[in-house]
Ligand binder design. Structure first.
Ligand code: SUG
Length: 446
């Protein structure tokens, strides 16, 4: 069956700012309290979507979530009208208020884990929204993300699952810790789940945000065949060096796994298991980046692996869509030049500018959720969430109308930001087919 890979990018929301919320994410810590540029951020994101469309790769969009989520603040005992709730939250719990304002739903690779129908026992395309339970600001995303996914994937061929239970034993960060290898998108694949800890394990150091139990539960829900499913432990060294998700040190597409030598705890066992489970389906192509060429620290600063690895229609070698920052590291560029000059599966690198997202630890790959859809499934996606030139232009003019140019820490408590954000999101529900009741503020009268 023919199938295409569609990248659904998170549209960067109007409250994009740098709050230093993610322990273990070095960029987020480094840029804490920097002045953010929400308008540039959103336009950079749309420009990246346009680049992919120009390569012939279909592109979709996920809406930003409502920030702050008022129900969360009210559950913490803040009362009054929305303005009073917001002001009271800032007066007594400013860190909680900053968590409530995060535009982190932009990182769509953490929205869900997706298994194409070719891998699932019931022949449906399964999506499990992530619970993102490790970080407070991200733990607020799951229910609204599920709602968005149900609007987009509303048809018969789809199964959208709620996030896993919020307990630490089931910590799940979605597709950022999931890879799929296959002969071609529509063929059965080998799904690789990467975890940082067991559910009951207490590690020291930076948090491991994905558990083995969560991975197993996702595989069960999706009806994956154990003969084509691999569970891999991420190396502790990678987590300690700042790889808070697997997609900071590895990326896969079709037959190719592009990874850092120190990405996995037991590399030899991982490669052997993938090769064994792929037997009869395809020959995997392992492209390993040795630590001697690109030390882990350089890989994480340059974000080389947080690239989109793309098989473009008609191209004979794959393209890596890398962040501009990868050009700034001599060791990374040295490796990339040598790789392109060889005759491996990756034949080109294109650099994109997503600097505003990068400063919070989100590269090109973080901004997209990949959905492999067979022809009938693609046709069943709610029209209007797939981009064409006209809709991309409509989103750009929406951003130019509603977004602030800059957002500094001192601007965040301003209740007019709350009102502006609502006006923006309300207008968005007329650009994307979200309906007039998608956001909570549209459903409640305060
Ligand atoms: O979860 N940053 C995000 C970046 C997510 C990147 N995603 C992937 N690797 N797939 C995170 O750490 C920082 C927000 C702040 O500090 O304001 C943040 O949430």
């Amino acid at each position: 069956m023919t199938a295409v890979e569609i990248n659904f990018d998170g549209l960067i929301g109007p409250t994009h700012n740098y709050a230093g919320l993610s322990e273990g994410n070095l960029a987020s810590a480094r840029n804490r309290d920097a002045v953010a540029r929400p308008r540039d951020a959103a336009l950079e994101g749309i420009a990246k979507m346009r680049r992919l469309m120009a390569m012939g790769v279909p592109q979709g969009v996920l809406p930003p979530l409502e920030r702050p989520p008022m129900a969360f603040l009210r559950a913490l005992g803040f009362v009054g009208d929305d303005r009073a709730v917001w002001e009271a939250a800032w007066r007594s719990e400013d860190r909680i208020a900053r968590n409530a304002l995060a535009a982190s739903a932009m990182w769509a690779a953490n929205a869900a884990t997706v298994s194409p129908s070719a891998d699932c026992a019931d022949g449906c395309l399964h999506l499990s929204a992530a619970n993102l339970s490790t970080m407070l600001h991200r733990a607020l995303e799951g229910p609204a993300t599920t709602r968005a996914l149900r609007r987009i994937f509303a048809g018969v061929p789809f199964r959208v699952h709620d996030p896993l239970p919020m307990q630490s034993a089931f910590a799940d960060e979605g597709a950022a810790n999931h890879m799929r290898l296959c002969a071609e998108h529509g063929a059965p694949g080998v799904e690789v789940f990467v975890y940082g800890r067991a559910g009951d394990e207490h590690r020291s150091g930076f948090p491991a945000r994905q558990t083995l139990e969560a991975c197993r539960a996702l595989a069960r829900r999706h009806g994956l065949d154990p003969a084509r499913t691999v569970f891999v432990r991420q190396s502790a060294a990678a987590i300690e060096a700042g790889a808070f998700h697997n997609d900071v040190v590895a990326v896969a597409d079709c037959r190719t796994l592009f990874f850092h030598e120190q990405a996995f705890e037991d590399k030899a066992a991982v490669l052997a298991e993938i090769a064994a489970k792929a037997r009869g389906l395809f020959d995997p192509a392992f492209v390993e980046v040795p630590a001697a060429d690109v030390p882990l620290g350089d890989a994480i600063t340059s974000y080389l692996f947080n690239s989109q690895l793309v098989t473009a229609p008609g191209a004979d070698r794959q393209v890596l869509i890398a962040p501009r920052e990868a050009q700034e590291s001599a060791r990374t560029t040295g490796f990339v030049e040598a790789m392109l000059a060889g005759n491996g599966p990756i034949g080109a690198v294109e650099f994109v500018d997503v600097r505003e997202s990068m400063k919070n630890g989100g590269g090109p790959a973080c901004l997209r959720l990949r959905v492999v859809a067979a022809d009938d499934e693609r046709a069943a996606i709610t029209p209007g969430f797939l981009l064409d030139d006209a809709r991309a232009s409509a989103l750009e003019s929406w951003v130019r109308t509603y977004y602030r140019e800059t957002l500094a820490p001192g601007d965040l408590a301003d209740p007019s930001l709350l009102e502006e954000t609502r006006a923006a999101l309300d207008a968005l529900t007329r650009v994307l087919p979200l309906g007039g009741d998608f956001y909570a503020f549209q459903r409640t009268v305060s």
